[in-house]
Design a binder for this molecule. Sequence first.
Ligand SMILES: [Zn+2]
Length: 120
Amino acid sequence: MIKGSQSERRIFQDAIALGQLQKKCFSKRGIYKNSEAFYRSLSRVCFIPKIAGRRYTGEDLLELSLGQKEIAEEMFLSIDGQDPEAWLDELFRIGELAICPICNRIYQSYMVPECPLCRK
Ligand SMILES: [Zn+2]
């Protein structure tokens, strides 16, 4: 085991001991996902993609989603070990999501010819 990952593990253990992170929210692969934190408080850490990864709060996910809660929720539920930025890039690339050039919002673009948000 490399030295770096050992000290990171230590940081996580300290955070668990301090009650900042919940042990039960770690998956076997070292991904941290806390849905209680995500749904209850934007300022709490709800997602860590890998043991050495960045800690994301609900606010971070919401910011990446341009403030759109439904996109942030989809992101939170779908991400699994990759960075949220990479998840978002991938969905833009395959055409599941798109940013509307008119209203600058993200919409589910799969089989959708135009932005459904503008029509509301
Ligand atoms: Zn639009």
